[in-house]
Write a protein that binds this ligand. Structure first.
Ligand SMILES: [Cu+2]
Length: 467
């Protein structure tokens, strides 16, 4: 079974993956020693370490605190947050905006801990960090660096324990990701499923979209209350032919008004889907019918255009494809379309196709394949997408074929933009002795891809399998 299906072929994943070989590749890092930190006091002064909570971050992202220290946790955001230490009973109660709380770390041994805000969806949106206890430093420092840690004040045993703990934390998501090759997706729900239209007697293709709240598992165990079309993130993939007469019936079952904009499609004014500009908002319980002739070829998207900075990142987004982009000479035929719907905010957060690593689907290919990678940025930030190992030929921008395709290894995609690239998979991408080649594929804003607990967010891989 594929991770998601598109028409009659698997886009990603087939049965019979040589998992053992892949496991061997990743397993090189599997030597994990149980870490028991040296719990003796270092004799360093006990300091209060400042931590701030905001939407949606815990700062610093790597908190260094001395043994038996105290955290002073300030909520500088505009929503209620709290602070939990995973695998311990240590936590604050809810902290109101503008308030702060203190947390006595006396019960924690030296080592590395995951900390997070336990308000639903906040951890997934970015409110998690690492708390490292053991050094004498204990001063806060810039996010991401560990400059505040006084490594000299730690015993070699403490340093090794902390490092082993971090390595063990980083291995966990990789193991969860690769296990998908054997056992299938590690989260519930798959977005981008092709939506079959009802075809009327005059040939009109009718699509039904229901705007509704739904539980959505972004990464294993992290289920958020998403704002969806038909219950998935991204919503269903709508594909029609150039010239088709299209009707999209939107049924609003949200507790908030909405409107659906067909981003990148040339439609009549009244069908542009911008509440208060081209139509009245679709109120809860109401329907609205969009109708137009599909011009193209075009690789477009549909998304909410009402309170959109909330509704779109929370999941109200999908692909609207009209025909196929014309391929340059001497390329193709395309053997696999690889959608990459980028998101970075709301309850869904940093994600590819509605999933955050390790729940992202691997792209599985074989020598000889031509992959058509289709990027759609539905987020609020630019994302430089980098595929290791092989260049990408950029053939279309915003659905329009480029007169002079060009080659990149990292492609920046701004909010609202779409790009289409081709990747020619060759046997050079295999590992040695005809083993699979596994190539990282990720956003190169590194805080969108890696953290002190390992890879997360906008990360997947291209796995090239021997024939
Ligand atoms: Cu990014």
């Amino acid at each position: 079974m594929g991770f998601f299906k598109r028409e009659d072929r698997d886009v990603v994943g087939t049965a019979g993956i040589a998992f053992a070989v892949i496991a061997m590749v990743f397993g090189m890092f599997a030597f994990v020693v149980a870490a028991h930190a040296d719990n003796k006091k270092t004799g360093a002064p006990i300091g209060a370490v400042q931590v701030t909570l905001s939407e949606f971050a815990i700062t610093p992202s790597s908190i260094a605190a001395p043994l038996h220290g105290t955290l002073v946790i300030a909520n500088t955001g505009s929503a209620v947050h709290n602070f939990h230490v995973e695998k311990s009973s240590l936590k604050t109660s809810d902290i109101q905006p503008g308030s702060s709380a203190t947390l006595d770390l006396g019960s924690l041994k030296a080592g590395s801990y995951s900390v997070f805000c336990a308000i639903e969806g906040h951890r997934q949106a970015g409110m998690q960090a690492t708390l490292v206890i053991g050094g004498a430093g204990g001063t806060s420092h810039a996010p991401g660096d560990m400059a505040g840690m006084d490594f000299n004040a730690m015993t070699p045993k403490q340093l090794a324990a902390m490092n082993d703990q971090m390595d063990a934390n980083m291995l966990k998501p990789v193991n969860l990701y690769t296990a998908q090759l054997e056992t299938g997706p590690n989260t519930k729900g798959i977005g981008n499923q092709l939506l079959n239209p009802q075809v009327t007697s005059d040939g009109t293709k009718v699509f039904h979209l229901t705007a509704e709240l739904a539980n959505w598992e972004v990464s294993p165990g992290n289920t958020v209350r998403a704002w969806t079309f038909n219950g998935t993130v991204p919503g269903p993939w709508i594909k029609v032919n150039v010239g088709d007469h299209v009707r999209v019936v939107v049924d609003n079952k949200l507790p908030m008004s909405t409107g659906v904009h067909f981003h990148g499609l040339e439609v009549p004014f009244a069908m542009d889907g911008v509440p208060d500009i081209t139509q009245k908002p679709i109120k809860p319980g109401e329907k609205f019918v969009y109708e137009f002739v599909a011009k193209g070829p075009q690789l477009a998207m549909y998304h909410s255009h009402h309170n959109a900075q909330v509704q779109v990142p929370n999941g109200m987004l999908g692909i609207f494809q009209v025909g196929d982009v014309t391929l340059p000479a001497n390329t193709g035929p395309v053997t696999q379309e690889v959608p990459m719907v980028l998101n970075d905010a709301g309850v869904v957060g940093l994600s590819l196709n509605g999933k955050s690593f390790p729940a992202t689907a691997p792209v599985i290919a074989h020598p000889g394949d031509w992959l058509e990678i289709q990027y759609f940025n539905e987020g609020l930030q630019i994302h430089p997408m980098h595929l290791h190992g092989v260049p990408q030929l950029v053939i279309a921008e915003d659905g329009y074929a480029l007169p002079s395709p060009y080659t990149v290894d990292t492609l920046s995609i701004a909010p609202g933009q779409r790009f289409t690239t081709l990747v020619h998979v060759t046997s050079d991408l295999l590992g040695s002795n005809n083993t699979p080649g596994i190539w990282a594929f990720h956003c190169h804003i590194l805080t969108h891809a890696e953290g002190p607990n390992g890879m997360f967010g906008m990360v997947t891989t291209l796995i090239v399998m021997p024939k």
